[in-house]
Design a protein around this ligand. Structure first.
Ligand code: GDP
Length: 473
């Protein structure tokens, strides 16, 4: 790497070291001082760059209040399997095709925009909380509002509860869509009542969560749902500065046979234009073309607008953040830095588990945070509740358990991703992790602990928590 940076041949560098009495082969690591010395010997001047400089100014540039303009909300649809997430996304899309666009080819690019009362709403087209969590795991928050779909003939189910946990842990407001209201067996009131148990209080129950009865099949209530979304957006007062270089998040990406790497991105601030140079994750490129959800080439994309980007050097991952930079050299520097970071992370992951109780303790101790995040899964709801109650009792003024999610049933991938985003340990009581979950936990370095005696479980957590207490003076 050093040789390449100096535009020298690696063999000359190796010879140099041999003269100094050191055997070096490509891939060996030099400390910074040696590297600087060597570069000097080869007649180069060294500019030391701190890691923090490399990405400096890339994200999080604060916009002056005066530059902010209202932007449309970005919505994710979550809920239990078969409750109608996909049907709802399709129904909303086909009912709200922007007039004049009818007959245009609908492109599934991972997100789309509809118009209601002259205002736009962006829907992320990948239903479920997997995409949502995958993004959060990468530090990106793309969603402003979560629409929780609950089938009125089936009511609250395990993934409904998971979705609630995901939305809550992300701090994203929920709108409840009570779906399949056309079915004779539909019981919307039952849904509302059951949601109470999971601390989702809809308006008619004295809460603040908006709820709408809909049918993805007949189209009933869809207008109301869109209105509820706009109302919620108004409350959130969403804004962004369109007059600056663009930043945002990657929704999905793939390698297209004809077009090369294609990424669907969501602009979150600024305006992205053809010809801009952008970095996304560890790939970069000059924007060759922007294609909207109607399959049309557009010259630019402003806040909350999803577009396909052509011209990248590779496919970034869903959830990668992107930003426009001033030139290609800078784009390359950032992308190389990120690749190195990714390699280092992978190496660190091999050598240690991130989510072990002990490590978490020391992490929390350092951060001064005295909360102990846990995901609790048990064989039956009754024991899950008993465990949560017992863990709650352990809490003191100084430290307490924070239950990120609790549920009955096997430990799933979704539990693991939730643990990953909230840095939690997973506790299984009389349940095991399924195969996918085990793989995911291994990859993410998430600790899963199994118990069949509540006392042992509580005792372990107590031990770990006592490690968090400040030493007595
Ligand atoms: P997903 O797994 O949540 O994406 O659910 P789908 O959208 O695939 O829907 C599951 C099933 O429910 C499909 O057979 C749909 O046709 C049906 N379905 C979805 N919405 C409605 C609705 O409003 N009314 C009726 N009767 N059926 C629906």
């Amino acid at each position: 790497d050093l040789a390449a940076r100096m535009s020298e041949r690696a063999v000359d560098l190796i010879k140099y070291f041999m003269k100094q009495g050191t055997m070096m082969v490509p891939g060996d690591v030099l400390d910074a001082d040696t590297a600087e010395l060597v570069a000097g010997e080869f007649g180069h001047t060294v500019r030391r760059v701190a890691d923090s400089d490399i990405e400096e100014g890339l994200f999080g540039v604060q916009d002056e209040a005066a530059t902010l303009q209202t932007r449309s909300p970005v919505v994710t649809i979550m809920g239990h399997v078969d409750h109608g997430k996909t049907s709802l996304l399709d129904a909303i899309r086909s009912a709200s095709v922007v007039s004049g666009e009818a007959g245009g080819i609908t492109q599934h690019i991972g997100a789309y925009q509809v118009e209601k009362n002259g205002q736009k709403i962006t829907f992320l087209d990948t239903p479920g909380h997997e995409a949502f969590t995958a993004m959060r795991a990468r530090g990106a928050q793309a969603t402003d509002i979560a629409v929780l779909v609950v089938a009125a003939d089936d009511s609250v189910m395990p993934q409904t509860i998971e979705s609630i946990s995901h939305a809550k842990s992300a701090g994203v407001p929920i709108i409840v869509a009570i779906n399949k209201i056309d079915k004779p067996s539909a019981d919307a009131q039952k849904v509302r009542t059951q949601l109470l148990q999971h601390e989702v209080f809809v308006e008619s129950m004295g809460g603040e969560v908006l709820d709408v009865e809909v049918s993805a099949k007949t189209g009933a209530g869809l207008d109301k749902l869109l209105e509820a979304i706009l109302l919620q957006a108004e409350i959130l007062d969403l804004s962004a500065n369109p007059d600056r270089t663009a930043e945002g998040v990657v929704i999905e990406a793939q390698l297209d046979k004809g077009r090369g790497p294609v990424a669907t991105i969501l602009v979150q601030t600024g305006t992205l234009r053809t010809g801009d140079i952008l970095v996304a994750g560890n790939v970069y490129g000059k924007v060759r073309a922007l294609v909207n959800d109607q399959g049309k080439t557009v010259p630019e994309a402003g806040p909350s607008m999803p577009v396909e980007v052509l011209g990248l050097s590779g496919t970034p991952a869903a959830g990668d953040r992107f930003a426009v930079v001033e030139n290609e050299a800078r784009a390359r520097e950032i992308s190389e830095y990120r690749m190195r970071l990714a390699r280092e992370k992978a190496a660190a992951r091999q050598s240690g588990q991130r989510g072990s109780l002990e490590q978490m303790m020391s992490q929390l101790q350092n951060s001064g945070l005295k909360e102990f995040p846990l995901v609790v899964k048990a064989d039956v709801q009754g024991s899950a509740e008993a465990i949560v109650a017992a863990l709650d009792k352990l809490g003191t003024d100084e430290v307490r358990a924070r239950i990120v999610h609790v549920g009955a049933g096997a430990i799933t991938e979704s539990d693991v991703s939730l643990a990953e985003t909230s840095n939690a340990v997973i506790i299984g009581f009389n349940v095991r992790a399924n195969k996918q979950a085990r793989t995911a936990a291994e990859q993410g370095g998430i600790e899963v602990r199994y118990y069949n005696i509540i006392y042992n479980l509580v005792d372990d957590v107590k031990q770990a928590m006592s490690g968090l207490l400040s030493p007595e003076r």
